[in-house]
Design a protein around this ligand. Structure first.
Ligand code: 5GP
Ligand code: MG
Length: 180
């Protein structure tokens, strides 16, 4: 698997260090909430970030999961996100933090933010591990951002290409001949 990677963009050590820092930032922002917080994580790309991040959050919290798929099969171009398992999520009057892997065009986050807003949370904020520059329209923003990266298709640490490479402990670039 490692031989499929052309370049490491963010090392395992750097990821963990920054995710721990984000945990402190988020814990600080929700410190005054006696009822804790509700995390709504976006599957599947956020799984590793979610698992690492919540272990740096020492307060009471719930985790709900929603599925948004925008890159079916062997494509690196989004076909427009779809939300598929929203019904079980209960965020009314809760302090909600959306957790997603990457903010690119912003269409995933705007979809999830719009759905959650309709359910009447007390507050709604967003944390993303990665952000690509300049494509999201204004208004689609994340309150907590791990890293700004170049506009390149990356894999690892939860992010996939055709379902694979999520288990790489770092974020990297695939060798170009592997893309279809
Ligand atoms: P947006 O809706 O903001 O354009 O894209 C967000 C979603 O697209 C992310 O949650 C992620 O699943 C996927 N995505 C965007 N850029 C990349 C990338 O560089 N690599 C991978 N693997 N997925 C990406
Ligand atoms: Mg995603």
């Amino acid at each position: 698997m490692n031989q499929d990677i052309a370049r490491v963009i963010i090392s395992e050590e750097t990821l963990l260090h920054r995710v721990q820092e984000m945990g402190h930032e988020i814990a600080h922002a929700y410190a005054d909430n006696p009822d804790g917080m509700t995390i709504v994580a976006v599957l599947s790309g956020a799984i590793i970030f979610l698992a690492d991040l919540i272990r740096f959050l020492p307060m009471k919290l719930r985790v709900d999961l929603v599925t948004v798929s925008s890159y079916p099969g062997k494509t690196t171009r989004s076909v427009g996100p779809k939300l598929t398992n929203y019904s079980a999520v209960n965020v009314r009057d809760r302090d909600v933090l959306i957790v997603d892997d990457i903010l690119d065009t912003g269409s995933t986050l705007s979809l999830v933010q719009a759905e959650l807003t309709r359910s009447g949370p007390r507050s709604l904020r967003t944390a993303v591990l990665l952000r690509k520059p300049g494509k999201a329209p204004s208004g689609i923003e994340a309150n907590f951002v791990g890293f700004d990266i170049e506009d390149e298709f990356v894999v690892g640490y939860g992010l996939d290409y055709d379902g694979m490479y999520r288990n790489l402990p770092y974020v990297g670039l695939l060798r170009s001949h592997l893309y279809e």
